[in-house]
Design a protein. Structure first.
Length: 97
């Protein structure tokens, strides 16, 4: 048996790599077609039903908490604005040495 030439060996390995990568890509595409995925959107209403403790359920709970905190912060800022407009808050400059 003759030893294989270097170019033939490299071509064979590259071809095998391409075939394996193509098979992997086809398998991934069949499992989860990328064209059917939609962009992430805020959840409105009930939590997704994908099981307790799933990442999407946790994200939904985090969004609810952030919305609650933003509403609270909005109320506090509105109160500060009202105090500033009423003159209840004064700002004094710090003397520079």
């Amino acid at each position: 048996m003759r030893p294989m030439k270097r170019d033939t060996y490299l071509s064979l390995m590259l071809t095998a790599t391409v075939v394996l990568l193509t098979a992997d890509l086809a398998t991934r595409f069949v499992a989860a077609p990328p064209l059917l995925d939609t962009a992430a959107q805020a959840q409105v209403g009930r939590a997704p039903t994908r099981g307790a403790g799933s990442a999407s359920t946790l994200a939904y709970e985090q969004r609810k908490e952030v919305i609650k905190l933003l509403k609270s912060l909005n109320g506090e800022v509105s109160g500060l604005r009202a105090d500033i407009k009423a003159g209840a808050i004064t700002v004094k400059g710090i003397p520079t040495p």
